[in-house]
Design a protein around this ligand. Sequence first.
Ligand code: SAM
Length: 297
Amino acid sequence: MDREPGEGMGVARRVALAPGLWFVATPIGAARDITLRALDILASAEVLVAEDTRTLRHLMEIHGLKLGDRPLIAYHDHNGAEARPRILRHLTEGRSVAYCSEAGTPVVADPGYQLARAAIAAGHPVNAAPGPSAAIMALSISGLPSDRFLFVGFPPAQAGARTRWIEEIGNIPATLIVYESPRRVHRLLGEFCEHWGEMREAALCRELTKRFEEVRRGTLGSLRDALEGDSLKGEVVLVIGRPLEIVADAADLDAALLDALGRMRVKDAASHVAEALGLARRDVYQRALALKEGSEE
Ligand code: SAM
Protein backbone atom coordinates (compact mmCIF):
# COMPACT_ATOMS: atom_id res chain seq x y z
CA MET A 1 0.00 0.00 0.00
CA ASP A 2 1.40 3.42 -0.92
CA ARG A 3 1.83 5.72 2.07
CA GLU A 4 1.61 9.48 1.78
CA PRO A 5 2.72 12.25 4.14
CA GLY A 6 0.27 13.20 6.89
CA GLU A 7 -1.34 9.78 7.23
CA GLY A 8 -2.38 8.33 10.56
CA MET A 9 -3.81 11.58 11.93
CA GLY A 10 -6.55 9.70 13.75
CA VAL A 11 -9.69 11.06 12.04
CA ALA A 12 -11.74 7.95 12.83
CA ARG A 13 -14.56 8.18 15.35
CA ARG A 14 -15.81 5.44 17.62
CA VAL A 15 -19.51 5.07 16.79
CA ALA A 16 -22.30 2.85 18.11
CA LEU A 17 -22.30 0.34 15.29
CA ALA A 18 -25.47 -1.70 14.79
CA PRO A 19 -25.08 -5.47 15.12
CA GLY A 20 -24.63 -7.34 11.85
CA LEU A 21 -22.09 -7.93 9.11
CA TRP A 22 -20.32 -4.87 7.67
CA PHE A 23 -18.43 -5.22 4.38
CA VAL A 24 -15.77 -2.53 4.32
CA ALA A 25 -14.10 -1.53 1.03
CA THR A 26 -10.39 -0.75 1.36
CA PRO A 27 -7.86 0.96 -0.97
CA ILE A 28 -6.60 -0.74 -4.13
CA GLY A 29 -3.26 1.09 -3.86
CA ALA A 30 -3.28 4.56 -2.36
CA ALA A 31 -3.89 4.19 1.38
CA ARG A 32 -5.74 7.53 1.58
CA ASP A 33 -8.53 6.13 -0.61
CA ILE A 34 -10.14 4.73 2.54
CA THR A 35 -13.41 6.48 3.39
CA LEU A 36 -14.03 8.19 6.73
CA ARG A 37 -16.99 5.91 7.30
CA ALA A 38 -14.82 2.84 6.65
CA LEU A 39 -12.39 4.12 9.30
CA ASP A 40 -15.26 4.67 11.76
CA ILE A 41 -16.47 1.11 11.19
CA LEU A 42 -13.00 -0.35 11.60
CA ALA A 43 -12.56 1.67 14.80
CA SER A 44 -15.92 0.55 16.16
CA ALA A 45 -16.76 -3.02 15.06
CA GLU A 46 -16.65 -5.49 17.92
CA VAL A 47 -15.13 -8.19 15.72
CA LEU A 48 -12.81 -7.72 12.74
CA VAL A 49 -12.53 -10.26 9.94
CA ALA A 50 -10.01 -10.03 7.10
CA GLU A 51 -8.99 -11.98 4.02
CA ASP A 52 -5.41 -11.13 4.99
CA THR A 53 -5.04 -10.16 8.64
CA ARG A 54 -1.58 -8.64 8.08
CA THR A 55 -2.88 -6.31 5.36
CA LEU A 56 -5.72 -5.13 7.60
CA ARG A 57 -3.38 -4.60 10.56
CA HIS A 58 -1.10 -2.56 8.29
CA LEU A 59 -3.98 -0.44 6.95
CA MET A 60 -5.24 0.20 10.49
CA GLU A 61 -1.76 1.14 11.62
CA ILE A 62 -1.38 3.64 8.73
CA HIS A 63 -4.63 5.31 9.79
CA GLY A 64 -3.90 5.27 13.52
CA LEU A 65 -6.52 2.66 14.42
CA LYS A 66 -6.03 0.26 17.32
CA LEU A 67 -7.20 -3.33 17.28
CA GLY A 68 -7.14 -3.43 21.11
CA ASP A 69 -8.50 -6.68 22.51
CA ARG A 70 -10.99 -7.21 19.68
CA PRO A 71 -10.84 -10.55 17.87
CA LEU A 72 -9.30 -10.49 14.35
CA ILE A 73 -10.40 -13.54 12.36
CA ALA A 74 -8.94 -14.69 9.02
CA TYR A 75 -11.56 -15.50 6.37
CA HIS A 76 -10.35 -16.43 2.89
CA ASP A 77 -10.90 -18.87 0.02
CA HIS A 78 -9.21 -21.73 1.84
CA ASN A 79 -10.81 -21.59 5.27
CA GLY A 80 -14.35 -20.29 4.60
CA ALA A 81 -16.14 -23.48 5.69
CA GLU A 82 -14.35 -23.55 9.07
CA ALA A 83 -14.32 -19.79 9.71
CA ARG A 84 -17.96 -19.06 8.80
CA PRO A 85 -19.56 -20.77 11.84
CA ARG A 86 -17.30 -18.79 14.17
CA ILE A 87 -18.24 -15.50 12.46
CA LEU A 88 -21.93 -16.44 12.47
CA ARG A 89 -21.72 -17.15 16.20
CA HIS A 90 -20.55 -13.59 16.81
CA LEU A 91 -23.47 -12.33 14.72
CA THR A 92 -25.94 -14.53 16.60
CA GLU A 93 -24.58 -13.12 19.86
CA GLY A 94 -25.51 -9.66 18.58
CA ARG A 95 -22.06 -8.30 17.68
CA SER A 96 -21.03 -5.97 14.89
CA VAL A 97 -18.59 -7.72 12.55
CA ALA A 98 -16.52 -5.85 9.92
CA TYR A 99 -15.07 -7.77 6.97
CA CYS A 100 -12.30 -6.49 4.66
CA SER A 101 -10.89 -8.36 1.70
CA GLU A 102 -7.25 -7.87 0.80
CA ALA A 103 -7.98 -4.81 -1.36
CA GLY A 104 -10.96 -3.06 -2.89
CA THR A 105 -14.55 -4.12 -2.42
CA PRO A 106 -15.23 -7.45 -0.72
CA VAL A 107 -17.19 -9.95 -2.87
CA VAL A 108 -15.91 -8.36 -6.14
CA ALA A 109 -13.58 -11.19 -7.29
CA ASP A 110 -12.87 -11.61 -3.59
CA PRO A 111 -14.30 -13.65 -0.71
CA GLY A 112 -17.51 -12.58 1.01
CA TYR A 113 -20.35 -13.98 -1.09
CA GLN A 114 -20.84 -17.18 0.95
CA LEU A 115 -20.53 -15.20 4.15
CA ALA A 116 -23.23 -12.76 3.00
CA ARG A 117 -25.51 -15.67 1.98
CA ALA A 118 -25.03 -17.41 5.32
CA ALA A 119 -25.61 -14.20 7.31
CA ILE A 120 -28.75 -13.34 5.32
CA ALA A 121 -30.08 -16.92 5.66
CA ALA A 122 -29.61 -16.68 9.44
CA GLY A 123 -31.52 -13.38 9.51
CA HIS A 124 -28.60 -11.04 10.27
CA PRO A 125 -28.33 -7.56 8.74
CA VAL A 126 -25.69 -7.21 6.01
CA ASN A 127 -24.36 -3.69 5.45
CA ALA A 128 -21.47 -2.14 3.56
CA ALA A 129 -19.18 0.86 3.56
CA PRO A 130 -18.70 1.32 -0.20
CA GLY A 131 -15.40 2.44 -1.64
CA PRO A 132 -12.69 1.58 -4.16
CA SER A 133 -12.94 -1.17 -6.71
CA ALA A 134 -10.46 -1.62 -9.57
CA ALA A 135 -13.30 -2.57 -11.93
CA ILE A 136 -15.17 0.70 -11.47
CA MET A 137 -12.05 2.85 -11.52
CA ALA A 138 -10.90 1.20 -14.77
CA LEU A 139 -14.33 1.76 -16.33
CA SER A 140 -14.28 5.43 -15.27
CA ILE A 141 -10.96 6.17 -16.96
CA SER A 142 -11.27 3.82 -19.95
CA GLY A 143 -13.14 6.28 -22.16
CA LEU A 144 -15.45 3.40 -23.15
CA PRO A 145 -19.27 3.47 -22.95
CA SER A 146 -20.48 3.14 -19.39
CA ASP A 147 -24.23 3.04 -20.00
CA ARG A 148 -24.13 -0.76 -19.94
CA PHE A 149 -21.18 -2.71 -18.58
CA LEU A 150 -20.52 -6.25 -17.43
CA PHE A 151 -17.90 -7.35 -14.92
CA VAL A 152 -16.71 -10.81 -15.99
CA GLY A 153 -13.96 -11.35 -13.40
CA PHE A 154 -10.95 -13.55 -14.20
CA PRO A 155 -10.94 -15.84 -17.29
CA PRO A 156 -11.19 -19.57 -16.53
CA ALA A 157 -7.81 -21.30 -16.62
CA GLN A 158 -8.97 -24.59 -18.17
CA ALA A 159 -8.86 -24.54 -22.00
CA GLY A 160 -12.42 -25.70 -22.80
CA ALA A 161 -14.07 -23.51 -20.18
CA ARG A 162 -11.94 -20.59 -21.35
CA THR A 163 -13.02 -20.92 -24.99
CA ARG A 164 -16.69 -21.20 -23.97
CA TRP A 165 -16.28 -18.14 -21.74
CA ILE A 166 -14.69 -16.10 -24.55
CA GLU A 167 -17.43 -17.09 -26.99
CA GLU A 168 -20.20 -16.47 -24.48
CA ILE A 169 -19.12 -12.96 -23.49
CA GLY A 170 -18.03 -11.96 -27.02
CA ASN A 171 -21.50 -11.11 -28.29
CA ILE A 172 -22.85 -9.35 -25.25
CA PRO A 173 -23.72 -5.77 -26.21
CA ALA A 174 -21.99 -4.16 -23.26
CA THR A 175 -18.59 -2.85 -22.22
CA LEU A 176 -16.73 -5.74 -20.56
CA ILE A 177 -14.47 -5.47 -17.52
CA VAL A 178 -11.93 -8.29 -17.12
CA TYR A 179 -9.41 -8.99 -14.37
CA GLU A 180 -6.25 -10.78 -15.47
CA SER A 181 -2.72 -11.38 -14.24
CA PRO A 182 -0.11 -9.18 -15.99
CA ARG A 183 1.75 -12.33 -17.07
CA ARG A 184 -1.26 -13.68 -18.95
CA VAL A 185 -2.80 -10.52 -20.37
CA HIS A 186 -0.88 -10.66 -23.66
CA ARG A 187 -2.11 -14.20 -24.30
CA LEU A 188 -5.67 -13.19 -23.40
CA LEU A 189 -5.59 -10.25 -25.82
CA GLY A 190 -4.43 -12.68 -28.54
CA GLU A 191 -7.33 -15.03 -27.76
CA PHE A 192 -9.83 -12.17 -27.85
CA CYS A 193 -8.44 -11.07 -31.25
CA GLU A 194 -8.75 -14.61 -32.58
CA HIS A 195 -12.38 -14.96 -31.54
CA TRP A 196 -13.69 -11.42 -31.89
CA GLY A 197 -11.42 -9.76 -34.45
CA GLU A 198 -8.80 -7.15 -33.69
CA MET A 199 -10.76 -3.95 -33.95
CA ARG A 200 -12.75 -3.71 -30.72
CA GLU A 201 -11.74 -0.73 -28.60
CA ALA A 202 -10.02 -1.54 -25.33
CA ALA A 203 -8.17 0.01 -22.40
CA LEU A 204 -5.49 -1.75 -20.38
CA CYS A 205 -5.40 -0.20 -16.89
CA ARG A 206 -2.44 -1.09 -14.72
CA GLU A 207 -1.41 -0.31 -11.14
CA LEU A 208 -4.41 1.93 -10.51
CA THR A 209 -3.90 4.59 -7.81
CA LYS A 210 -0.27 3.45 -7.43
CA ARG A 211 3.02 5.08 -8.37
CA PHE A 212 3.32 3.41 -11.75
CA GLU A 213 -0.31 3.78 -12.78
CA GLU A 214 -0.71 3.49 -16.53
CA VAL A 215 -3.56 3.32 -19.06
CA ARG A 216 -3.00 2.12 -22.61
CA ARG A 217 -5.92 2.69 -24.96
CA GLY A 218 -6.34 1.26 -28.45
CA THR A 219 -7.86 -1.72 -30.19
CA LEU A 220 -7.51 -5.31 -29.02
CA GLY A 221 -5.02 -5.85 -31.86
CA SER A 222 -2.92 -2.76 -31.18
CA LEU A 223 -2.72 -3.50 -27.45
CA ARG A 224 -1.73 -7.11 -28.16
CA ASP A 225 1.00 -5.94 -30.55
CA ALA A 226 2.27 -3.30 -28.12
CA LEU A 227 2.65 -5.93 -25.38
CA GLU A 228 4.68 -8.31 -27.56
CA GLY A 229 7.88 -9.05 -25.65
CA ASP A 230 6.90 -6.63 -22.86
CA SER A 231 6.89 -8.20 -19.39
CA LEU A 232 4.13 -6.35 -17.56
CA LYS A 233 4.23 -6.02 -13.80
CA GLY A 234 1.65 -5.14 -11.19
CA GLU A 235 -2.11 -5.48 -11.34
CA VAL A 236 -4.20 -5.17 -14.48
CA VAL A 237 -7.79 -4.55 -15.53
CA LEU A 238 -8.83 -4.84 -19.16
CA VAL A 239 -11.87 -2.87 -20.33
CA ILE A 240 -13.29 -3.78 -23.75
CA GLY A 241 -15.81 -1.89 -25.86
CA ARG A 242 -18.94 -3.60 -27.13
CA PRO A 243 -18.91 -5.70 -30.34
CA LEU A 244 -18.34 -3.56 -33.42
CA GLU A 245 -21.24 -4.89 -35.45
CA ILE A 246 -23.42 -3.46 -32.72
CA VAL A 247 -21.58 -0.13 -32.78
CA ALA A 248 -21.93 0.27 -36.55
CA ASP A 249 -25.39 0.28 -37.98
CA ALA A 250 -25.94 -2.98 -39.89
CA ALA A 251 -27.75 -1.15 -42.71
CA ASP A 252 -24.75 1.20 -43.15
CA LEU A 253 -22.44 -1.80 -43.34
CA ASP A 254 -24.54 -3.52 -46.00
CA ALA A 255 -24.86 -0.32 -48.03
CA ALA A 256 -21.09 0.25 -47.95
CA LEU A 257 -20.41 -3.38 -48.85
CA LEU A 258 -22.88 -3.50 -51.74
CA ASP A 259 -21.33 -0.34 -53.11
CA ALA A 260 -17.79 -1.73 -52.79
CA LEU A 261 -18.78 -5.15 -54.17
CA GLY A 262 -19.96 -3.39 -57.33
CA ARG A 263 -16.40 -2.19 -57.88
CA MET A 264 -14.07 -4.69 -56.23
CA ARG A 265 -13.43 -8.35 -55.49
CA VAL A 266 -14.96 -9.65 -52.23
CA LYS A 267 -11.69 -9.62 -50.33
CA ASP A 268 -10.79 -6.06 -51.36
CA ALA A 269 -14.32 -4.84 -50.71
CA ALA A 270 -14.22 -6.30 -47.20
CA SER A 271 -10.82 -4.74 -46.43
CA HIS A 272 -11.91 -1.38 -47.81
CA VAL A 273 -15.17 -1.27 -45.80
CA ALA A 274 -13.59 -2.71 -42.64
CA GLU A 275 -11.04 0.07 -42.67
CA ALA A 276 -13.56 2.78 -43.49
CA LEU A 277 -15.96 1.76 -40.70
CA GLY A 278 -13.31 0.62 -38.20
CA LEU A 279 -14.66 -2.94 -38.11
CA ALA A 280 -12.96 -6.34 -37.85
CA ARG A 281 -11.91 -7.43 -41.36
CA ARG A 282 -12.86 -11.04 -40.64
CA ASP A 283 -16.43 -10.11 -39.64
CA VAL A 284 -16.87 -7.78 -42.62
CA TYR A 285 -15.53 -10.47 -44.97
CA GLN A 286 -18.15 -12.95 -43.70
CA ARG A 287 -20.90 -10.39 -44.31
CA ALA A 288 -19.50 -9.56 -47.78
CA LEU A 289 -19.54 -13.26 -48.69
CA ALA A 290 -23.15 -13.59 -47.54
CA LEU A 291 -24.21 -10.53 -49.56
CA LYS A 292 -22.35 -11.76 -52.64
CA GLU A 293 -23.90 -15.21 -52.39
CA GLY A 294 -27.35 -13.67 -51.83
CA SER A 295 -27.03 -11.53 -54.95
CA GLU A 296 -26.02 -14.57 -57.06
CA GLU A 297 -28.98 -16.74 -56.06
N1 SAM B 1 -11.93 -6.76 -4.69
C1 SAM B 1 -11.02 -6.14 -5.62
C2 SAM B 1 -11.73 -4.96 -6.29
O1 SAM B 1 -12.75 -4.50 -5.79
O2 SAM B 1 -11.23 -4.46 -7.29
C3 SAM B 1 -10.48 -7.11 -6.62
C4 SAM B 1 -9.69 -8.23 -6.03
S1 SAM B 1 -9.07 -9.38 -7.21
C5 SAM B 1 -8.52 -10.68 -6.18
C6 SAM B 1 -7.54 -8.69 -7.69
C7 SAM B 1 -7.58 -8.18 -9.11
O3 SAM B 1 -8.20 -6.90 -9.15
C8 SAM B 1 -6.23 -7.97 -9.72
O4 SAM B 1 -5.71 -9.16 -10.30
C9 SAM B 1 -6.50 -6.94 -10.79
O5 SAM B 1 -7.08 -7.53 -11.92
C10 SAM B 1 -7.54 -6.07 -10.06
N2 SAM B 1 -6.89 -4.99 -9.32
C11 SAM B 1 -6.87 -4.82 -7.98
N3 SAM B 1 -6.19 -3.70 -7.66
C12 SAM B 1 -5.77 -3.15 -8.82
C13 SAM B 1 -5.01 -1.99 -9.16
N4 SAM B 1 -4.54 -1.17 -8.22
N5 SAM B 1 -4.77 -1.74 -10.47
C14 SAM B 1 -5.23 -2.57 -11.43
N6 SAM B 1 -5.95 -3.67 -11.17
C15 SAM B 1 -6.21 -3.96 -9.89
